[in-house]
Ligand binder design. Structure first.
Ligand SMILES: [Zn+2]
Ligand SMILES: [Zn+2]
Length: 418
């Protein structure tokens, strides 16, 4: 029985070793992923599996450690080569052989990306940096169709050359003037025998408490640099104008705090035709209000009055909405026709769970334009027709309404008696 148990345990161990996941798979990247893609994957996954966000979840904690391992192996050209050739085994051998790379604490690695001490510090007094807000404008078409795109913001990032120490050689010394406190206490003589103690900013270290002999050449010792960062942006069908999308811990970084959130306000650009066909639809000029769309269609006098016309309006995704009237169907000027389900798609967050997709309405307002120039012969024909029918059954509206032919005199002021 005991033997069997031992056997089973051994079996489990063997499985555990076998199960060491492929580093590329772990980070969700391709074999030929660029440095940028590796960093991006680390940024996303390390936040997702951080133990502070998954309290008591052993699996997540392990994943957090594994992701850090995978990152450190793949970001280094030498170890990546070894891994590509010899796999996990090769990396183990390399470590034993005392490879030049020191092994980082996964929390330390995390803090090099997001600042602070490597924790989100729920109630733990970890300082958070300020949130950052940006506006990103996209055309109405993207709100209608949904789209995956990217945007770039410039932000303060922890200097990767010195890993946020500010020092070229990694040496940071505690300031001998203030003992690392960043402040010094000075005695000032106010009068003979009368002294006052004053706290002052330490001049030697500039209040940092630390001094660096060889500042990092990239950041000049400031520990941070300004750099552009590109984020993926997933515009979901029907997202409302001005919707806020939060990118956790993607605001300005500093070794002194945990990066705050980057908040994107998604707004609509002014309508404009593009170069490509799909950017040149009528829909480009639809106006949006909530879930409804609005469009103005121009009709000639003949169309409005006599009917017998069709119009093909190209919608924001290129499909056609056909408007038409049969002969004899009159459209009064400024009539609004409401076409169901041709408005905006309703954002999934505003639908009940598992509800079928729904759309708002398209409101078409008809504007009638009268011709102000006519061919002479045509004018004559029309005039003739009008005269004929006016003589037969024409009415003088003023007479019908009993309107006076001349102005009416107002009574003189001040003579009314109460
Ligand atoms: Zn630096
Ligand atoms: Zn000092």
């Amino acid at each position: 029985m005991l033997l069997r148990l031992a056997f089973l345990l051994l079996g489990c161990l063997a499985l555990a070793v076998l199960a060491a996941e492929d580093y590329y798979k772990l980070l969700g990247i391709k074999k030929d992923a660029s440095e940028r893609e590796i960093k991006k994957a680390y940024r996303t996954l390390s936040k997702k599996y951080h133990p502070d966000k998954n309290p008591g979840n052993e699996e997540a904690s392990q994943k957090f450690v594994d992701i850090a391992d995978a990152y450190e192996v793949l970001i280094d050209e030498q170890t990546r080569k070894i891994y590509d050739q010899y796999g996990h085994e090769g990396i183990e051998q390399h470590k034993k052989g005392g490879g030049p790379r020191q092994h980082h604490d996964p929390f330390d690695l995390f803090s090099r990306f997001f600042g602070g001490s490597g924790h989100f510090g729920h109630g733990g007094g970890e300082r958070h940096g300020p949130n950052m807000e940006v506006r990103v404008a996209v055309p109405l078409r993207d709100f209608y169709n949904g789209r995956k795109t990217e945007f770039t913001v410039e932000k303060q990032a922890i200097c990767s050359a010195c890993e946020g120490t500010g020092s070229e050689d990694g040496h940071v010394e505690t300031c001998d003037m203030c003992g690392g406190r960043g402040i010094v206490i000075k005695r000032q003589q106010l009068a003979p025998g009368l002294f006052q103690q004053v706290q002052q900013h330490c001049d030697k270290c500039g209040g940092q408490g630390k001094t660096i002999k060889h500042p990092c050449p990239v950041c000049g010792g400031s520990r941070v640099v300004r750099e552009p960062e590109t984020h993926e942006l997933h515009i979901e069908k029907g997202m409302p104008h001005g919707v806020r999308i939060t990118y956790e811990n993607e605001a300005d970084e500093s070794p002194d705090w945990v990066a705050g959130d980057l908040i994107v306000h998604l707004v609509e650009t002014d309508p404009a035709l593009g170069q490509q066909d799909h950017e040149r639809t009528d829909g480009t000029f639809f106006r949006r209000r909530g879930k409804d769309l609005f469009w103005r269609e121009v009709l000639s006098l003949r169309e409005a009055w006599m009917g017998d016309w069709t119009r093909n309006i190209t919608h924001l995704d290129g499909h056609i909405v056909q408007l038409s009237r049969k002969r004899g169907e009159v459209v009064q000027p400024n009539t609004v026709e409401i076409i169901k389900d041709e408005g905006m798609p309703i954002w999934h967050q505003q639908l009940e769970n598992n509800a079928e997709p729904q759309w708002g309405s398209l409101h078409v307002e008809y504007v009638v334009v009268l011709p102000d120039q006519m061919e002479k012969g045509m004018e004559k024909d029309f005039w003739g027709v009008w005269e004929k029918w006016r003589k037969k059954s024409g009415k003088v509206l003023d007479e019908e309404l009993g309107r006076p032919k001349e102005a009416i005199k107002m009574p003189e002021e001040g003579h009314d008696e109460l």
